[in-house]
Design a protein around this ligand. Structure first.
Ligand code: AMP
Length: 224
């Protein structure tokens, strides 16, 4: 099963991705998380990407596209859920072409729809687990609230240390990421519309303002 997920930063896309990945036993591939791993590891790619990420700008396609396509190719057998890519019409076209060339079929597109202001308020409360990127924590949501240990907040799943992403605490960076997402001319909404227009793959659109469980139930009901 190969799935593409769309949703503005703050829509719960990562949380839903972790649930879908678990259910289908597929790899969760997050372009942003791959970049953060590179930055943590001090790789050349990480050094090139860091300044763009800190500002909330897109990392250039010549770095991003091959990086994502290589990761997808490694998950061909197991199947994948791709999150954070494509973020533009150009990336959608590149992905479509690459999948056809690699003989990979896209089974479904999941779009989480959320108002921009709500998405912004949500972003600032999310926390990253040091041990596992698929352990969602958010200080404003009871269902995924971190737990307190020795006077500090730790991951609700594994007790690992938590941190906030720098680009999640910077309002300019958040606005820039949302400008890119909601842009339906060449940005991410243009990528979503590209798949809707093609009609080659079913697109499931769900209301991301609902509770986490309701959103995942709606997605599960409709996945092929
Ligand atoms: P995310 O974790 O999805 O919010 O991504 C964090 C940052 O990584 C973004 O703000 C971009 O700077 C970069 N990034 C992630 N995915 C892409 C992509 N598909 N194209 C370009 N840059 C990306």
């Amino acid at each position: 099963m190969n799935i593409l997920t769309f949703g503005p930063n703050g829509s719960g896309k990562g949380t839903q991705g972790a649930i879908i990945k678990e259910k289908y036993g597929i790899n969760h591939i997050e372009s942003g998380a791959i970049f953060r791993e590179h930055i943590k590891g001090g790789t050349e790619l990480g050094k090139k990407a860091k300044a763009y990420i800190d500002r909330g700008d897109l990392v250039p396609d010549e770095i991003t596209i091959p990086m994502v396509l290589e990761t997808l190719a490694k998950s061909k057998e197991q199947g994948w859920l791709l999150d954070g890519f494509p973020r533009s019409l150009a990336q959608a076209e590149a992905l479509d072409k690459a999948l056809k060339e690699a003989g990979m079929k896209l089974d479904c597109v999941v779009e989480i729809v959320l108002d921009r202001q709500i998405a912004k308020e949500r972003i600032m409360g999310r926390r990253l687990c040091a041990n596992d990127n698929n352990h969602p924590n958010h200080i404003a949501f009871d269902a995924i609230k971190p737990v307190e240990k020795d006077g500090k907040l730790v991951c609700r799943v594994c007790g690992g240390d938590l941190s906030a992403r720098a680009d999640d605490q910077d309002e300019d960076a958040i606005n820039k990421r949302h400008d890119i997402y909601y842009d339906d001319k060449t940005g991410t909404m243009a990528a979503v519309n590209y798949f809707k227009k093609q009609q080659a793959t079913p697109v499931i659109s769900v209301d991301g303002a609902k509770a986490i469980k309701e959103v995942s139930a709606l997605i599960m009901q409709q996945l092929p």
